[in-house]
Design a protein around this ligand. Structure first.
Ligand SMILES: [Mg+2]
Length: 106
């Protein structure tokens, strides 16, 4: 699946999740998705810490190899949902960001 296809899938899921959670009001959906993004970033941080042996033994026992990648995907996917809600073209925004970095590094 390429980035464009992933964005299209996120757009479709955003429509379904909006109905499931009764988040038809943009403002509420934006807030809910921002909180969800924070949750996913926290989960990624936990997995990164665990992967480096920097968590308590109880938490380390519950971690599996590959969870860092799964949590990275969660962060990207929720960002795609939020971008769709905002009407942000994430592909274009990412492309512009990369160009900005290239110019800065030149
Ligand atoms: Mg997660």
């Amino acid at each position: 699946m390429d980035f464009h296809d992933a964005l299209a899938y996120a757009k479709e899921q955003n429509r379904l999740l909006t109905k499931r959670y009764g988040l038809e009001e943009d403002r509420m959906r934006i807030l809910a998705q921002t909180v969800k993004l924070s949750e996913e970033v926290g989960e990624l941080a936990n997995e990164v810490l665990a992967s480096q042996g920097l968590q308590r033994h109880e938490k380390l026992a519950a971690t599996e190899k590959g969870n860092v990648a799964k949590e990275m995907a969660d962060v990207v996917f929720v960002t795609m949902l939020l971008a769709d809600t905002f009407g942000v073209d994430l592909e274009e925004a990412l492309s512009e960001k990369i160009e900005t970095i290239k110019i800065r590094r030149a």
